[in-house]
Ligand binder design. Structure first.
Ligand SMILES: Nc1ncnc2c1ncn2[C@@H]1O[C@H](COP(=O)(O)OP(=O)(O)OP(=O)(O)O)[C@@H](O)[C@H]1O
Ligand SMILES: [Mg+2]
Length: 244
């Protein structure tokens, strides 16, 4: 069981305010997409959930436990948040083979070797990379590398999975397949998922709810149907009609 909550979250870099007043509760097992133009603050919000960034004000909670308030004393370190993350540039480590890339989160949490073997085997089957354990990243296609990154995000069975434009480097056909695969994995393991994208097709086909963002603010929150049928304003209307 895992919920994610933002309460009046703000983020500044020096004098520059990039997130103004972000409030949102994501339910257990829900798949929520953050959709919006480049620079609107999607990655920043995701990184604040993982603990790779800190909010300047407001509260971020996981499962009703406070992770961060902007005060150093409240801050829970990323490794203690049980959150998996797949980054915008999918960043598999070039000097490690597939097995070691995927096993990494288990190794740093000092998991028993036998269990690592078992869990890596299981997750590689799910993402259809069995047999490629010893390949180095430069011997893999873009889509295979993307799946290594996904396996690494999932291997420790996180309660919350954060995905930052995980399909942006793939061709259209593979992107379509991965959309379905990610949604299936998410439902099978009942993972609470935040999926960042500027591609409305991804957001509309995968999500339970979509959060439309612009310039550090939430413009609309709703199911794909609600947003398609009742765009809150001209920005949403233009964004969802022009962004094919
Ligand atoms: N370290 C930083 N210092 C100053 N400003 C930053 C920093 N990181 C991000 N920003 C600014 O914060 C804003 C939000 O950035 P963010 O990366 O969250 O956007 P995004 O919605 O993920 O965009 P994209 O779709 O291009 O990935 C941008 O205007 C960006 O320039
Ligand atoms: Mg981004």
């Amino acid at each position: 069981m895992s919920t994610v909550e933002f309460k009046n979250v703000k983020k500044s870099y020096g004098d520059v305010k990039v997130i103004h007043d972000f409030s949102l509760k994501i339910e257990d097992g829900e798949f929520v997409s953050f959709l919006g133009p480049s620079g609107c603050g999607k990655t920043t919000c995701l990184r604040m959930v993982s603990g790779l960034e800190t909010n300047t004000d407001g509260v971020i909670s996981l499962d009703s436990q406070v992770m961060s308030t902007g005060k150093a004393s409240d801050f829970v370190a990323p490794e203690n948040r049980k959150v998996g993350m797949v980054f915008q540039s999918y960043a598999v480590w070039p000097h490690m083979n597939v097995f070691d890339n995927v096993a990494y989160p288990l190794k740093i949490s000092k998991t028993d070797k036998g269990i690592i073997q078992e869990k890596v085997k299981e997750i590689l089957e799910i993402v259809e990379l069995t047999g490629l354990e010893n390949r180095m990243p430069n011997e893999l296609s873009g889509g295979q590398q993307q799946r290594v990154a996904l396996a690494r995000g999932l291997v420790a069975r996180p309660k919350v999975l954060l995905l930052d434009e995980p399909l942006s480097n793939l061709d259209a056909k593979l992107r379509e397949k991965m959309r379905v695969d990610i949604r299936n994995i998410q439902q099978r393991f009942q993972i609470t998922c935040i999926y960042v994208t500027h591609d409305q097709i991804e957001a509309f086909t995968m999500s339970d709810r979509i959060v439309i963002m612009n310039m550090g603010e939430i413009v609309q929150i709703g199911s794909p149907e609600e947003i398609r049928n009742n765009p809150a304003n001209d920005f949403v209307k233009d964004f969802i009609t022009s962004n094919h």
